[in-house]
Design a binder for this molecule. Structure first.
Ligand code: PEP
Ligand code: MN
Length: 338
């Protein structure tokens, strides 16, 4: 950690900073330049209260040199981590595609969805039994019965299930239903109590990016899960909010290589909630795979126009199959497979 002080800072003010650092267990090294006084703090930066230092007289700026996340950082684990989801590896050479409806609706809809997912060659199925809707008057999801409905349909095709957990009070129910992957949605990326609780399990977690979250904030949210002992984390870029209104969110393709550099954990992309329209999904998926995504999370409905949620962004089963062929081509060009 580096503490920058004005060159007008009095000796007592410099000593006060050194004393504060000593109280925090750090030693210090003062260099007096013409323009500034720079204090190098030596020791465990994690133990430092940055704001307490910034509050001291004469201090202009406190700069951390260590990353605020440890377990999820590539610094701590150079090689890619493979997250095993019911025998399916995420983060290896294979690009894994998770597909399925936005929400669980009926047994027939889930059976047809599972059939479409398997026919397309996707290895996992998605579907929300609990839906985070902007309006309290919109369909909120079918609830616990949806988990049973989902499992029944998916098991016909041996598909592991991916479903969103919104409320910590539902965690035990998710565990009882042996949910294969817990999805944490964009709106809950910084629900720290929820993150801590899923961190106490060993269930793989897909952590979506908060719609206005920086990459650093996203990594720190993952660190909350990892700090509890659950290192089975998959990041999911799903688009961020910008000034643009021509599409639902802006897919941050740049985040893919940045995140792959910052973390050893797998990174997947949700092109459906990024574009918000089914017709954009193929192009965004191609871009994601080309940019190095380890997988995709795609919305597909057996009859998109009848979907109870996010109807205009769902692919049909035929469109999903065509997409799988297309992204298979991209994956092969960059030495991967699907
Ligand atoms: C979803 O995947 O169904 C969903 C609600 O996504 P997000 O949290 O990215 O909006
Ligand atoms: Mn959706």
């Amino acid at each position: 950690m580096i503490i920058i002080m004005s060159n007008k800072a009095a000796d007592e003010q410099v000593s006060a900073v050194e004393e504060k650092l000593a109280q925090m267990g750090l030693s210090s090294n003062v260099s007096r330049g013409v323009q500034r006084i720079v204090i190098g703090a030596i020791g465990d930066e994690q133990a430092v209260d940055q704001e307490a230092l910034e509050a001291l007289h004469g201090v202009e700026k406190v700069v951390r040199v260590m990353k605020p996340y440890k377990i999820v950082a590539r610094e701590s684990h150079e090689k890619n981590t493979i997250v095993d989801v019911a025998g399916i590896p995420f983060g290896g050479n294979t690009v894994q595609v998770i597909a399925g409806p936005c929400s669980v609706e009926t047994p027939a809809q889930m059976a047809a969805s599972a059939e479409g997912v398997a026919a397309g060659g996707c290895r996992l199925m998605r579907g929300g039994a609990f839906k985070p809707r902007t309006s309290p008057y919109s369909f909120q999801g079918v609830g616990v019965d949806g988990l049973t409905m989902f499992r029944e349909a998916a098991s016909q095709h041996n598909l592991p299930i991916v479903t969103e957990l919104m409320d910590v009070r539902m965690l035990d129910t998710f565990l009882e239903h042996n949910v294969d992957v817990i999805q944490i949605g964009t709106r809950n990326m910084q629900n720290f109590d929820l993150l801590k609780e899923v961190g106490r399990t060993q269930v793989p977690v897909i952590l979506k990016r908060g719609m206005s979250a920086t990459i650093s904030e996203w990594l720190m949210s993952a660190e909350y899960i990892a700090a509890g002992g659950n290192h089975n984390i998959i990041f999911c870029e799903r688009g961020v909010r910008t000034f643009e209104t021509a599409y639902r969110n802006m897919l941050d393709v740049t985040a893919i290589p940045v995140l792959k550099r910052e973390t050893h954990l797998p990174v997947i992309v949700d092109p459906s909630h990024a574009g918000g329209k089914a017709w954009m999904v193929p192009e965004l998926s191609r871009a994601a795979v080309a940019a190095g995504a380890d997988g995709l999370l795609v919305e597909m409905h057996p009859c998109p126009q009848d979907a109870w949620c996010d109807a205009d962004q769902a692919l049909s089963p035929t469109e999903l199959s065509a997409l799988m062929v297309e992204i298979g081509g991209i994956a092969r060009v960059i030495g991967r497979d699907i």
